[in-house]
Design a protein around this ligand. Structure first.
Ligand code: ATP
Length: 305
């Protein structure tokens, strides 16, 4: 049975150009390659969950423009419900301008959230019935915070499990934290939100203690190739990473979150679901890109055996 998952999050078009060096202020550099594709944490996590086997409803906002069509075409191709992809009449679809130095792999990125930073409460209200039917509600911090808070209130009111991936990092109130069933920061985000510098799993434990004091029920800190630290009220486990040849680690966190909520929605416990998330994260780093690197359920099942 495919679990219903509602994901409120961003959609931006990634515009990526490569050149032999990054342009300095005022300089024009001839590029060697350009690529356009779907991006944004919400969208990436939606694709990861959808491919992992969830029935995903994406709640996001696009502009009335060409890039908005990139979003709807992409979601439809992936077989995702687009009934709650809202359209802004004035603001353009979000974009990420990514410049990559092909010699050093360093990049400069300029992200504009555009329409997905202007999601209205009345639009969230239109999704209330979908949220009520969901096994899990997942969101991040790339859309406007008031929409995130409003949607979490609706999910909470209806006893739906709330998962917050607090990325990109920004201050969040203790009141919001107290409404989160499971928070899933990476180690950098957890460090900033709790003030505990995290290098190893002992540090992760200290950071999780602070999240729990602030009222979060469960904490998962993803630690890149160290795997994930998982903490429920009275129990903790370190879920080891899967060994793979990593080629491109961008989007590993999005892959983890999409996989994790899918497994949780299927009824797996938090530790088992984090193990599934680790598998999806590991598989995603074996391929280049974010959304295109998300594995299908068949690939995940063959990998886990
Ligand atoms: P990003 O910001 O690059 O999208 P992130 O920092 O949010 O990623 P990570 O903690 O790096 O997220 O990765 C999420 C999960 O993916 C990890 O907990 C781990 O299970 C898996 N993972 C990441 N990197 C590797 C790796 N090199 N090998 C195996 N698994 C990995």
């Amino acid at each position: 049975m495919q679990p219903n998952i509602v994901i409120l999050g961003s959609f931006v078009v990634d515009l990526m150009g490569r050149a032999h060096h990054l342009p300095k202020p005022g300089e024009t550099v001839k590029g060697s390659m350009f690529k356009l594709g779907p991006g944004g944490k919400g969208s990436n996590q939606g694709v990861a969950a959808n491919r992992a086997g969830a029935n995903v409803t994406m709640v996001t906002k696009i502009g009335n423009d060409l890039f908005g069509k990139v979003a709807t075409d992409f979601f439809e191709k992936e077989g995702m419900d687009t009934s709650y992809v809202f359209q802004d009449k004035e603001i353009e679809t979000g974009t990420a301008l990514i410049l990559v130095d092909e010699n050093t792999s360093q990049n400069s990125i300029l992200v504009t959230s555009g329409a997905c930073g202007n999601i209205k409460n009345e639009e969230i209200l239109k999704c209330e019935d979908k949220i009520k039917e969901a096994k899990v509600f997942l969101t991040q911090l790339e859309t406007n915070l008031d929409a995130v808070e409003f949607a979490i209130d609706i999910a909470k009111k209806n006893n739906i499990t709330t998962v917050l991936n607090p990325a990109p990092i920004q201050p969040i109130s203790d009141e919001l934290l107290s409404k989160i069933d499971i928070i899933t920061p990476n180690e950098v985000e957890a460090s900033i939100l709790t003030g505990v510098e995290i290098k190893d799993m002992d540090d992760a434990r200290k950071s999780a203690d602070i999240f729990i004091e602030k009222g979060v029920t469960n904490v998962i800190i993803t630690m890149g190739n160290q795997g994930a630290y998982v903490r429920c009220k009275d129990e903790e486990r370190i879920i080891p990473r899967y060994n793979v040849d990593a080629i491109d680690t961008t989007g590993a966190g999005d892959a983890f979150n999409g996989g994790f909520v899918t497994a949780l929605g299927e009824g797996k416990g938090i530790f088992e679901a984090a193990k599934f998330g680790n598998a999806v994260g590991a598989l995603s780093v074996t391929k280049i890109g974010t959304a295109p690197a998300m594995p299908t359920r068949e690939t995940i099942n063959n990998f886990i055996i």
